[in-house]
Design a protein around this ligand. Structure first.
Ligand SMILES: Nc1ncnc2c1ncn2[C@@H]1O[C@H](COP(=O)(O)OP(=O)(O)OP(=O)(O)O)[C@@H](O)[C@H]1O
Length: 252
């Protein structure tokens, strides 16, 4: 299988703060890799390095078979157009309608598209996220879950081959979380994307991750399927799991 992302022995510090200390990770074609780790362990730093938004101190990062460190500004721009970011806050423009938000990446990055082609592209992605009725609304009129879906639709309009989701289910109720998990799985099937999904939500990890990787002390201590990783007796894994799956206490 084709490797879309290959990370070898990656190091990143900020002053005396050692964040990533020997990270290795491969992401293959059409798979979802979930990255878990406590707050501040460097998950967001990792995806920023993959997109060339931050430079590593040491190590190799190859995306689509090309070293990010060796890319010039034009190549980095082209790389970023092939990567869809779904940020925690959805990053929609409040002054624009949903339709205008969706059109924005096309109008800005793709020359010579006709009105009809833009409308068709909007139609396709809004249908993919199931929110056709919201096209003329402003983001402020939508729920958190709807905004998240529109944010994902906006990245899909550029037909990305890689999706980077930063805490896609944070702050959403359990049913909406489930809808977002389903959407991420549908995106993988329909758009044949490879994704890194950063989350603290173990239900999300279990439902969306073909593989799960946990950051401890600046590197991935474990990688594998959800059951493989959480079947490990390492007490750090146990406490991670127990924190997320609190057993209901029965009344006496
Ligand atoms: N540009 C920067 N300059 C200095 N320090 C930074 C910078 N970016 C991140 N850091 C630090 O690196 C560490 C890792 O940050 P990061 O945002 O990757 O954590 P995270 O694992 O994504 O956390 P969370 O789960 O809370 O989102 C933090 O201590 C953060 O303060």
């Amino acid at each position: 299988m084709n490797k879309l992302i290959e990370i070898k022995n990656l190091y990143k510090s900020f002053g005396s703060l050692h964040v990533l200390s020997g990270v290795n990770l491969d992401v293959y074609e059409n798979e979802n890799v979930v990255v878990l780790g406590r707050s501040g362990t460097g998950k967001s730093v990792l995806i920023k390095i993959i997109a060339g938004l931050l430079s590593p101190d040491r190590g190799e990062v190859n995306v689509f078979g090309q070293s990010v460190a060796n890319m010039n500004a034009k190549e980095l721009n082209e790389l970023r157009l092939k990567i869809g970011f779904s940020f925690q806050n959805s990053a929609l423009y409040d002054s624009m309608t949903v339709r205008e938000n969706l059109e924005f990446p096309l109008v800005r990055n793709v020359k010579n598209m006709t009105r009809k082609e833009i409308d068709n592209a909007v139609e396709e992605v809004i249908e993919a996220v199931g929110l056709k009725k919201t096209l003329d609304q402003k983001p402020s009129e939508l729920s958190g879950g709807q905004r998240k879906r529109i944010g994902i639709a906006r990245t899909l309009i550029m037909n990305p081959k890689i999706m980077l989701y930063d805490e896609p289910t944070a702050g959403l109720d359990p049913i909406t979380c489930q809808e977002i998990n389903d959407l991420m799985n549908q995106v993988k099937e329909k758009y044949r994307t490879s994704s890194i999904i950063i989350t603290h939500d173990l239900t999300c990890a279990k439902e969306t991750g073909d593989r799960v990787a946990i950051l401890f002390d600046g590197k991935f201590a474990y990688q594998g399927t959800f059951d493989e990783v959480f079947g490990n007796p390492d007490p750090r894994i146990r406490s991670f799991y127990d924190y997320n799956f609190i057993e209901p206490k029965l009344q006496d």
